[in-house]
Design a protein around this ligand. Structure first.
Ligand SMILES: [Zn+2]
Length: 399
């Protein structure tokens, strides 16, 4: 067994430039955040009650990039995929890259890092959650997004908001995060304010934004005319003025302090199977199914063989899978550790047998990853190669 004499080479992620290219464009003209809503119909007689919750409980914000056909209901219900508007036509899956999706999610998490808001693109199996449908284009819907407003105590915790960043804007990262949070915050009762560059300003572009921790004047339109506050009592409580809003105080009141991620990712080996036999030289893709409370995200991955020590350096990627090429005859113990962005780790161990003879049942499946491995340097030996290049998003600084 020669495992300890072979080096493991993980190719660096090459998606970083894509993320940098999609960064803030300060000269970008302002876009209107909200499309006007149709008149709200009479509430349904049937409305599924929310899961038990109280003021100050953490909430979940599910960003749906997968596309959806909404049914009709009032109030809207994320769990049942129904809404009192935008149910006429299906939302196709978001056409932007996985890198853009992860960038949007990371920017959102950075913006809500001080509040009890979990941001995920995996639909929760239970509990209450606000859903942002991330689909459709600005030109189709007349603005970057929309949402129902006025729910001051989040008494209806399963509403649906919309972010129309597909089409020409499908590489926007900061603008996607701003729109998603702006619209979700409307569904939590927050109003527009007159502070440009903040999340609740009524127009925006692809520049970074943040939730204000100060008391700002409430406005009702993009011309910044003062308007009627949705939640004057709460403004009075936080600012001593019914027409001024402190976004951070409102979000903390609703959802409590920072969401703490203590859940390790669940990493299941899909291919190859543990103990699978290959004929030398073996070439195969290692494919995992990864779930986590904040999936997808930039995972840290360590991979090594046999009795080698775990490497010091991790590689960062959205998909922990990789390809193996030209693995020689032997019994190979693979070890993979995957950590989420909060540092919670999971480990997967599996063994691969490589011999001289062909396997009894030839594997005829197509390459599941669609990636190809170039010849190893020097034309001999073997290398591991990343299937999915990953954009590692820079953490945005507040303000
Ligand atoms: Zn708005």
């Amino acid at each position: 067994m020669e495992a300890s004499s072979l080096s493991v080479t993980l190719a660096p992620g090459i998606g970083l430039a894509l993320w940098l290219a999609a960064g803030p464009t300060l000269a970008e003209p302002a876009h209107t955040l909200d499309a006007p809503l149709p008149p709200r119909p009479t509430p349904d007689a049937f409305s599924a009650p929310p899961a038990p919750f109280a003021l100050g409980d953490n909430t979940t914000l599910f960003v749906n990039f997968e596309g959806v056909q909404l049914g009709e209901c009032n109030p809207s219900d994320s769990r049942r995929d129904c809404s009192w508007y935008n149910y006429e036509a299906p939302f196709p899956p978001f056409s932007g890259t996985v890198q853009t999706q992860v960038g949007v999610l990371q920017a959102m998490r950075s913006d809500v890092s001080e509040f009890g808001i979990r941001v995920t693109a995996q639909r929760p199996e239970s509990g209450n959650y606000t859903m942002v449908v991330y689909g459709g284009t600005e030109s189709e819907y007349g603005a970057l997004g929309s949402a129902p407003a006025g729910d001051c105590d989040d008494d209806v915790p399963n509403q649906i908001a919309f972010a129309h960043l597909d089409g020409d804007l499908n590489e926007w990262v900061n603008g996607g995060a701003t729109t998603s949070l702006h619209e979700a915050a409307h569904s939590w009762g927050l109003d527009h304010i007159d502070f440009e560059g903040s999340i609740m300003f009524p127009s925006g572009n692809n520049a970074p934004t943040y939730f204000r921790e100060e008391c700002d004047g409430m406005v009702e339109d993009t011309d910044l005319n003062p308007g009627q506050a949705a939640c004057p009592e709460l403004n009075m409580e936080h600012c001593g003025d019914p027409s001024r809003q402190n976004a951070a105080a409102r979000l903390t009141r609703l959802f409590g302090p920072a969401y703490v991620d203590i859940e390790a990712p669940v990493v299941d080996l899909l291919e190859p199977s543990d103990g699978q036999y290959f004929q030398a030289p073996a070439n195969f893709d290692v494919i995992f199914e990864t779930t986590d409370d904040q999936h997808p995200q930039a995972y840290s991955v360590w991979a090594w063989l046999g009795d080698d020590a775990r490497p010091d350096d991790e590689s960062i990627r959205v998909d922990p899978g990789f390809s193996v090429t030209d693995l020689p005859i032997g019994t190979w113990d693979f070890h993979v550790v995957v950590a989420d962005e909060a540092g919670n780790e999971s480990r997967v161990d599996f063994t691969i047998e490589v011999g001289e003879d062909p396997p009894p049942d030839p594997v005829t499946e197509e390459d599941g990853c669609g990636c190809r491995t170039p010849d190893a340097p020097g034309g001999s030996g073997w290398a591991w190669w990343i299937c999915v290049p990953v954009a590692l998003a820079r953490r945005r600084k507040r303000r």
